[in-house]
Ligand binder design. Structure first.
Ligand SMILES: [Zn+2]
Length: 133
């Protein structure tokens, strides 16, 4: 939420990647805020940054488990979100937070999508897939 607020300033979309060890599929250890451009309705991650990110992940034996990004209004998984996800691996999660992530309770209105085995994004309940400790 700190990244969303300091980067998005309540008027721009923002994105963070939740990263964890390859050998521990259910563990997230880090939130990485990429270099990106954004507007009130979209974001675009810097290509050079992304290339280095993939190399760093490989070197660290880590992987992206979930992408999290904000929408200005209500949370949903738009066609652009469907087509512009970072990873297309069955089980990959994409969490969308409403209101640019400004509200401390923004998870209440969040939308979680999971890529299924057919390559289709399906809405799933947060409590089924994510747990904060
Ligand atoms: Zn950002």
């Amino acid at each position: 939420l700190t990244s969303f607020r300091s980067c998005g300033h309540g008027r721009l979309e923002c994105v963070v990647y939740l990263v964890g060890p390859v050998d521990s599929p259910e563990t997230i250890t880090n939130a990485v805020h990429p270099v990106h451009a954004s507007s009130a309705r979209h974001y675009e991650v810097d290509g050079a940054w992304l290339t280095q990110f993939w190399l760093d992940l490989r070197a660290d034996r880590t992987t992206v488990k979930t992408q999290v990004h904000t929408h200005g209004g209500r949370a949903s998984h738009s066609k652009r979100d469907d087509d512009g996800a970072l990873v297309y691996r069955p089980g990959f999660l994409s969490l969308v937070l409403p209101g640019f992530g400004l509200d401390d309770n923004c998870l209440d209105g969040a939308f979680l999508a999971e890529l299924d085995d057919e390559g289709i994004w399906q809405e799933v309940a947060l409590t089924e897939r994510l747990q904060w400790t």
